[in-house]
Design a protein around this ligand. Structure first.
Ligand code: 13P
Length: 256
């Protein structure tokens, strides 16, 4: 857990290179005062390089939305952690859209997490249950499997540095955001699992985010949860004003 809130905007497959640059310019103008919040933007892979030249690193950091674990070779269409090194600080790994649309399994996720760590990129490991799993009361088991599967072979020191995002699949892009009490419960399950595997200190150090239909209206209710270190924002991060309001909420939460 950290006092500095982490707000990540996942743009998914939105915004052209030109639109990304414009967005960054506008947000940069608005954000000057918020040094105590860590703001991270995850643009399309195409915009990563140009944004890395434009980005004012004191204000924002960049994340990739994915990466591939081999450094180079015959892997058509992929971009490696080795290629992203120096351009991004974070990488979103195992997002539910990667798992469900592109068929990624825990083994792929684990390889990607390890590649990111190997190249000095902080993984944002996404975990979360589907509506079906939730209805069957399988949330704890799903989180357990995704954490054990995603983190295997890392040292406690490496895990302490990383970020785990609780993103219930049913809450993503639906407007059906999770109740803060459920998010708090999930954050405790995640930390307990990390503690079981890597010890108490690591569980306290790892940063846990919530993602799923976060908006400027509901952001504060999650930021008030002690076990939650920040937010992973999808749709609402595409609008500069809305994202700025979420960063503002994080700034206010940090001061309390
Ligand atoms: P929404 O905020 O659009 O629900 O998306 C959440 C998400 O998937 C962030 O990674």
């Amino acid at each position: 857990m950290s006092n500095k809130k982490l707000i990540v905007g996942n743009w998914k497959m939105n915004l052209t290179v030109h639109e990304s640059s414009l967005y960054l310019h506008k947000l940069g103008g608005a954000l000057k005062a918020h040094r105590s919040v860590e703001v991270v933007l995850a643009p399309s892979m195409l915009a990563v390089q140009s944004m890395s030249l434009q980005v004012e690193r004191k204000l924002f950091k960049l994340a990739s939305q994915n990466l591939f674990w081999k450094d180079e070779g015959a892997y058509t269409g992929e971009v490696s952690a080795h290629m992203l090194r120096g351009l991004v600080s974070y990488a979103i790994i195992g997002h539910s859209e990667r798992r469900h649309i592109f068929g990624e399994h825990d083994k792929d996720v684990r390889n990607k997490v390890q590649a990111a760590v190997r190249h000095g990129i902080t993984p944002i490991l996404c975990v979360g249950e589907t509506a079906h799993e939730r209805a069957a009361k399988e949330t704890t088991g799903v989180l357990h499997d995704q954490i054990v599967g995603g983190l295997a072979n890392l040292t406690a020191d490496e895990v302490a540095e990383l970020v785990i995002a609780y993103e219930p699949v049913w809450a993503i892009g639906t407007g059906d955001n999770a109740l803060p009490a459920d998010v708090e419960r999930a954050a405790h399950i995640i930390r307990r699992q990390v503690e079981h595997l890597y010890g108490r200190e690591t569980a306290a150090a790892v940063r846990v985010l919530y993602g799923g239909s976060v908006s400027s209206q509901n952001a504060s209710s999650y930021l008030a949860i002690t076990a939650i270190d920040g937010l992973l924002v999808g749709g609402a991060s595409l609008k500069v004003k809305e994202f700025e309001a979420i960063v503002e909420a994080a700034f206010a939460a940090g001061k309390r």
